[in-house]
Design a protein. Structure first.
Length: 555
């Protein structure tokens, strides 16, 4: 790591104004996938009062903020990522008053709340799209979306070769009032998620107003869904490739990561900054390179972008170190904090990605200590603090994710990372709902009784207690988290350490060591042991770091 990078990790001078806490630069943000977090009314679907009732758990875990996935009025074709009304709460999740109460209580506990904004597309049942379908070709109502004539002599072919992220063509043909086939509309995701036309001033104004609506209610920020998708290349040119576009990918495409998208975020930043309390924007953006991703977090754009490059790495020292260096350097080059994420509601849970079983669990424990020792902000996906694995054997009749269904490949489905959180008890759904309720929109495995919050609480060997300890230390140790120049990351080259070992310092007094190899490694003792993901024998002047483990040291 170069001295330039160290300097770039510091808070930019222009942002150090009075009253700015930069809370977000090192915040640990807990992702609540609302359908699966806590169900207050026994309908088998998590909801806002459910989250509210579990705030003591989240505050006790030691996170700084929650990001709640969409809870707006939605026909649920993509479980809330198809929004029919951006200012209304879906009855399955509660009411606007429930949200107000949740926000008040969260703030009272010192937890910030980030909501999910879905600007790339609406639901097909949004009033605008219903109006557009009923309106004639070329009308102002249709211009809010992307309608085009088909190719072929009778318009029978899609307007271009774009494929939906979920599989199949990204275009669906409409039927005119007289019953004849009409124009096609674009949907980068499901047909029930028509893409908006962000060239239109009216669309931009509407979303500024939606942002104001939630900012006025007091939210602390927005996670911006498909933040790289809103602007399409002029003329909607063919991709010219036969292979399928992955949601999680780095391809250069005419509908993702277009330069024009940044103008939108500059306008949003002005709005966010006009509110007190450092309200933030977080981009869910997939860009071809970390450099392109850094564009989203320039000082006049959004605050953070998810670091999917880190998530995509295998549990292997070289790959992790390269991703860390690259992320710190590129985010640092624009003065932004890096972010770190291991799992979310769109990807296979990392216990399983890292090999599953005891090995996957050991690696996930080590990865948690690695992530929480890195400079910047970390995202924790609900259930990772319990070590939940991906559920790979959900009976096929329960599978509901459009990505799995539309692609025709259940292995691509995301249901397995969305199974309701196990709270207590010994039988599914493990206290997910009110006492006596057995309802759960996805079935939880019979094997999860040892993975509940109740079962793991107080067990010193549990994943939950590891996260609690790590988060408490992260708060207590001044060298962790904060992106000040003097606590930037400094790699250590340890004599005799094999390539599978990563070691770095944060500040003068903190060292993190990770052994990604399958053999234990004996190394000189760096100081006093603070926390470890596995039993670490410490002798007078040497320590043994087991396979797939990590440890924190006070120097
Ligand atoms: C984002 C969401 C994902 C959703 C998609 C379409 O990638 O994280 O869950 O399906 O956008 O809105």
């Amino acid at each position: 790591m170069t001295t330039e990078t160290l300097a770039a990790g510091a808070v930019p001078a222009g942002e150090s104004g009075a009253g700015r806490t930069h809370w977000w630069r090192d915040a640990v943000i807990y992702q609540v996938y609302i359908r699966s977090f806590a169900d207050s009314d026994g309908d088998g679907v998590g909801d806002l009062p459910g989250i509210r009732s579990r705030l003591p758990y989240l505050a006790g875990l030691g996170v700084d903020a929650l990001w709640i996935t969409p809870f707006y009025l939605s026909p649920m074709a993509d479980f809330g990522y198809d929004v029919a009304d951006y200012r209304a709460v879906d009855p399955v999740f509660g009411t606007l008053d429930d949200f107000r109460d949740l926000l008040t209580d969260a703030h009272a506990r010192g937890l910030r709340v980030i909501v999910d904004l879905v600007p790339n597309h609406t639901s097909d049942l949004h009033a605008w799209f219903v109006e557009a379908l009923a309106a004639p070709e070329g009308s102002a109502a249709r211009d809010r979306y992307i309608f085009r004539d088909g190719r072929g002599s009778r318009g029978e072919l899609p307007p271009n070769d774009w494929e939906s992220v979920f599989g199949g063509p990204a275009w669906t043909r409409t039927v005119d009032a007289d019953g004849r086939p009409g124009q096609w509309y674009l949907h980068l995701f499901a047909p029930e998620q028509p893409d908006l036309n962000w060239e239109l001033e009216e669309v931009r104004a509407e979303f500024l107003d939606v942002l104001r609506f939630w900012l006025d209610l007091g939210v602390d920020g927005f996670r911006i869904d498909v933040a790289h998708g809103m602007v399409k290349a002029p003329g909607l040119p063919d991709v010219g490739r036969a292979d399928h576009v992955e949601l999680i990918g780095n391809a250069v495409l005419p509908f993702f990561d277009q330069d024009g998208v940044h103008e939108i975020y500059r306008a949003w930043r002005v709005l966010l900054d006009s509110y007190p309390g450092e309200r933030i924007g977080v981009a869910e953006a997939w860009a071809p390179t970390p450099e392109r991703l850094a564009n989203y977090v320039r000082p006049d754009e959004l605050h953070q972008a998810f670091n999917f490059d880190f998530l995509a790495q295998p549990f292997q020292a070289g790959a992790l170190r390269a991703a860390i260096d690259h992320s710190l350097a590129t985010a640092g080059s624009v003065g932004a904090p890096s972010t770190w994420v291991l799992s979310n509601h769109d990807t296979k849970r990392h216990v399983t990605r890292y090999g599953g079983g005891a090995v996957g669990r050991a690696r996930a424990r080590a990865a948690a200590l690695l992530m929480l020792a890195l400079p910047g902000s970390a995202y924790v996906y609900q259930g990772e603090e319990l070590g939940l694995p991906e559920v790979l054997d959900i009976p096929v009749e329960f599978l509901v994710d459009p990505q799995g269904i539309q692609s025709g490949d259940p292995a691509k489905g995301r249901d397995g990372c969305r199974v309701p959180l196990p709270w207590s008890g010994t039988v599914p759904p493990y206290g997910f709902g009110p006492a006596g309720s057995t309802a759960s929109w996805l079935p939880a495995p019979a094997s999860w009784s040892s993975l509940t919050i109740e079962a793991e609480s107080g067990d010193p060997g549990s994943m939950l207690e590891l996260y609690r300890s790590a988060l408490a230390l992260r708060r207590a140790l001044p060298s962790l988290g904060a992106q000040t120049a003097d606590s930037a990351l400094m790699w250590l080259e340890l004599p005799g350490a094999p390539e599978a070992v990563l070691a770095f310092r944060r500040g003068d007094r903190f060292v993190c060591m990770v052994n990604t190899g399958s053999e234990a490694v004996t190394l000189p003792a760096p100081g006093a042991l603070l926390l470890a993901s596995a039993a670490v024998p410490v002798l007078a002047d040497s320590i043994t770091l087991p396979a797939d483990s990590a440890a924190w040291w006070r120097v």
